[in-house]
Write a protein that binds this ligand. Structure first.
Ligand SMILES: Cc1cc2nc3c(=O)[nH]c(=O)nc-3n(C[C@H](O)[C@H](O)[C@H](O)COP(=O)(O)OP(=O)(O)OC[C@H]3O[C@@H](n4cnc5c(N)ncnc54)[C@H](O)[C@@H]3O)c2cc1C
Length: 420
């Protein structure tokens, strides 16, 4: 069904950002009767962002509602393990989950957006709005006017910078190193120890984790997959300053492009891995061609609606990756927005309902990421921690296994075995 204003014109939404949040918004609002156009500043199709992505039931539901092709979504895993420094398993948790890649999710959602409504090479630079419409102004001089503008332009959102400049990402005090190892390159003992698991090594103030994902071109055949290797490490501000500087002396703001990470910074990581990590996790790191790091930030906007502008995904709130649900949240934000706007009634009232439903969820999600992130900077002796219910819930080995990459906390009832 198409919804029209008093003049009979179909309602139109301009979506800024063609990554996951933008694609969800485009497809779900179109299904809700709106005309939608996506404007992405990158000039070529997006590819190769991030690496492994853990899925949740809510993400799979949003993908289904979007009409995405869920065949061969990713690798099914059924167990989480924690290992000690020698590589021995110290704890196990049965946990069914599908782990996939950013590229795969982008590919299946990109296929849901018609080519003539997806525009590459459009960099938003300004927004003008009145009570009933909003105009996007792009760097190339194009102006587009619509009933609604959706800011789906990520954690450094230009849209948020215009409507809520006071909301700034906050550095969490640690970074995440990441990399992909080809399954065929991984030594057999390391492969047998961790490859088909969601594996954790948890020394104080560090989280080293990993899980399998598909190989290039979504290859799920054994022997052709990859291992998504991850290490969260504390880094103070002056160290970070140095790490964000490339070999030409250029200092990057907030994060450094992966190819620009200096060789000596990677060598220092590998030296620390030899000293600190258990054999399987350090051997897998040695199979990673070029590990890269991302500083961890979070933020949450006090409102997701500013007149005829709505914020979704990372533009609205960034949760630390411990909860592994940034894309799931982007999908749920888009789904809620489309549901509210599908009624065909008053747009401003619909946007107010969207904000009422989703902003508190953004706050809770960011807080859960912070709860899990405390482990990175604080340390309580494990014997003392047992007497501290909060520490024991979020920072014991069993607590970390249970709560990492889980969206269960958003459900009204928390029942055992429903921790996805
Ligand atoms: C280490 C790590 C692990 C993670 N693991 C998971 C996980 O397991 N599961 C999960 O669900 N999530 C995970 N996430 C989070 C997830 O990657 C993000 O939440 C998600 O990608 C956000 O999508 P988005 O579309 O909101 O923003 P983005 O992906 O940042 O996209 C924003 C888009 O907007 C475009 N843009 C920006 N400015 C403009 C402009 N001015 N004009 C036009 N276009 C513009 C950009 O080019 C970009 O394409 C992880 C994140 C990290 C860092």
């Amino acid at each position: 069904m198409q919804y029209a204003d008093n003049s009979g014109r179909q309602r139109r939404a301009i979506i800024i950002g063609g990554s996951m949040a933008g694609l969800f918004a485009a497809t779900l609002l179109r299904k809700a009767g709106w005309r939608t156009d996506v404007y992405e500043r990158t000039e070529v199709e997006l590819f190769g962002r991030g690496a492994g992505i853990v899925t949740h039931d809510d993400l799979i539901q949003t993908l289904e509602h979007s009409g995405a092709d869920l065949n061969d979504l990713g690798v099914r895993i059924s167990e989480r393990i924690a290992i000690d420094q020698e590589g021995h398993v110290i704890e196990r948790l049965h946990y069914d989950q599908i782990v996939t890649s950013w590229d795969r999710l982008h590919q299946i959602m990109r296929a849901t957006v018609p080519a003539d409504s997806h525009h590459l090479g459009y960099n938003l630079v300004a927004i003008e709005q009145n009570l009933t419409s909003v105009t996007a102004v792009f760097e190339n001089g194009v102006r587009e006017t619509a009933d609604l503008l959706v800011g789906a332009d990520g954690f450094r959102s230009t849209v948020r910078g215009i409507v809520a400049p006071e909301v700034q990402p906050i550095y969490a005090g640690y970074v995440v190193w990441r990399g992909l190892a080809e399954e065929a390159d991984i030594p057999p003992e390391a492969h047998a120890a961790v490859f088909d698991k969601f594996a954790f090594f948890l020394p104080p103030n560090n989280k080293n984790i990993g899980y399998p994902i598909a190989g290039p071109n979504n290859d799920l055949r054994p022997g052709h997959r990859r291992f998504n290797w991850v290490w969260y490490r504390p880094v103070d501000a002056s160290q970070l300053d140095d790490m964000l500087t490339d070999s030409d002396g250029q200092r990057y703001d907030l994060s450094i492009p992966p190819p620009k990470v200096r060789a000596d910074v990677i060598e220092a990581l590998k030296a620390d891995a030899h000293r600190m990590l258990p054999p399987p996790m350090r051997e897998i790191l040695m199979c990673v061609e070029k590990p890269f790091f991302t500083p961890i930030y979070d933020h949450v906007s006090p409102s997701l609606v500013y007149g005829r502008v709505a914020l979704i995904g990372d533009a609205a709130a960034v949760c630390r990756p411990h909860i592994g649900m940034g894309i799931a949240k982007a999908g749920s934000d888009a789904e809620s927005l489309a549901q509210e706007l599908a009624e065909g009634g008053d747009i401003d009232a619909s946007l107010a309902r969207f904000n009422h439903v989703r902003q508190p969820i953004a706050v809770r999600s960011v807080q859960r990421g912070r709860d899990l992130g405390e482990y990175m900077l604080e340390h309580i002796d494990p014997s003392e921690g047992q007497n501290d219910p909060h520490w024991s819930e979020f920072h014991s080995v069993s607590g970390i296994l249970k709560h990492t990459a889980s969206s269960k906390f958003l459900r009204p009832t928390e029942s055992q075995g429903d921790d996805k």
